[in-house]
Design a protein around this ligand. Sequence first.
Ligand code: IMP
Length: 440
Amino acid sequence: MSRLIVVGAQWGDEGKGKIVDLLAEKFDIVARYQGGHNAGHTVEIGQKRFILQLVPSGILRPQKIVVIGNGAVVDPAALLQEIELLEQNGVSVWGRLFLSNRAHLILPYHRILEKESEDSPFQQKIGTTARGIGPAYEDKGGRRGIRIGDLLDANQFCCLVEMAVREKQAVLRARGRDLDLDPVQLADDYLEMGRRLLPLIADTSALLNREMDAGRSVLFEGAQGTMLDVDHGTYPYVTSSNATAGGACTGLGIAPTRIRGIVGVSKAYTTRVGNGPFPTEDNGEPGKLLRERGQEYGAVTRRSRRCGWMDLPVLRYSATLNGLDSLIVTKLDVLDTLEEIPVGVGYECEGTRLEEIPPQAEALAKVRPIYRNFPGWKQSTFGLTRYADLPQRARAYLEFIQDHMGIEISLISTGPEREQTIVLAGTRLQQLLPTPLFPS
Ligand code: IMP
C-alpha cells in the first residue's frame, strides 16, 4: 500500500502545497508532520487561491482524511481562523480533519519571547516568521510544554497555564521586561477554543496506524524544507523542527518501516526567507527578475524572498538526507525570459573544492559557488503539460539536473494550477502512487 513522504528539498516555499494537492487525489489520507502556521502552502484551484498554514493541502479534495500530527505546534486561534476561511469557501473540515492530542500548543507568551529573542543583542537574529514557533518547540524540548490533549481537562489546563505564565514572567523580568498576561483569562480563552476544536482532537498516531493496517494509503506532508531542518539545516538559521523525511516518523508516531517512498520538491531555482547563508543568492537584476516573475513574496509574512540559482550541492545533500526516490521541479516557467541560467554545481573555499555542505553556517556563508551556465530558452513554458512541448534548452537544463543528481525528475510544474503540470511516464513516482497520476 502506498505511503509516500513529500519533502521540501531546499529552504521551503518549493511549491509543496500544489504538489500535495495534486498527489492527494490518489491517497486516502494526507498527514502533516511538523511545523506550525509559519508554513504557507498556496494552492490555486480555478479562480480560488487558498493559503494553507496548518491544515494539509489534502483538505481541498473532498472525502480525504487529513491529519495534523504530534510533531506540529498549534496556535488554536490560527487553526480556527483557517478552518473558518475554508468553510467560507465551501470546504468542510469536520469529520475529516484530525488534530493530534500530543501536538504542542503555541501560547501568546511564545510570540512575546520570540520577539524578545529576535530583538536581543545577545542572540542571533534568525529572521523568523514571528509566530511563536521556536519558543513553543523550546518548551516541548524543555518538557514544560502544554499539549492539545491538556485542553480536555480544564482544571489541569488552568494549573499548567498558571505555572507557565509565572515561569515566563520570571524569565522576562530577569531580562528587565514585563509579561502582562492574566493566566486565568488566558486559560479561559484557550479552553473555549479547545471546546470548538474538540471534534478534531484524536490520538492521530493510533488513527494512522489503524488506517494503514486496514490498507489505506497515506501521503506524508512536510512543511518548510531540508535546509531549515533543526538538525541538518543551516543552523542556527533554521526552523525548530525536523523538516527532513525522518521527521515524518517521530512527528506522526509511525514506524520507518511504514514508509514506501520519498519525493523531494525543488524550485527550478532557489529562494530563502530570513537570515542565513545562501551560496547561490543573486542580489543583482537577475535575482530581482526571479522575484518578480516568481512572485517570491512570503505567503505568510509577505516578506520578499531572497532569490538565486539552482544549488546542486544543496540538492545532493537533500537527496542523501531524505533518501529521495524522485524529484519534482516547480516554477520552471519563471526562468522563461532569461538569457542565461547559471546552475551551482559545486563550492569552492579558499582555493579548495568542497564536496560536502559545511556544518557551520559561517563556513557555508564563505563558500563561492562554481557555476555552469545554460543558455536560456527564451520562450514560454507556462502551462505546458507535455514534456515533448518543452523547448530543447529547457529539456537540456532539466536533464542536466537529473543526470547530475542521479535521480529522476518525475513531475514538472509550469504554473500554479493543478493542470499546469508535466507528468513524466514510467517513473518511480508513478510506481509509488496508489495508481498512476494520469494514464502514462
Ligand atoms: P520560524 O520557523 O518562524 O522559527 O523561522 C525560522 C526560519 O525559518 C526563518 O528563516 C523563517 O523565514 C524560515 N521559515 C519558517 N517557515 C518557513 C516556510 O514555510 N517557508 C520558508 N521559510 C520558512
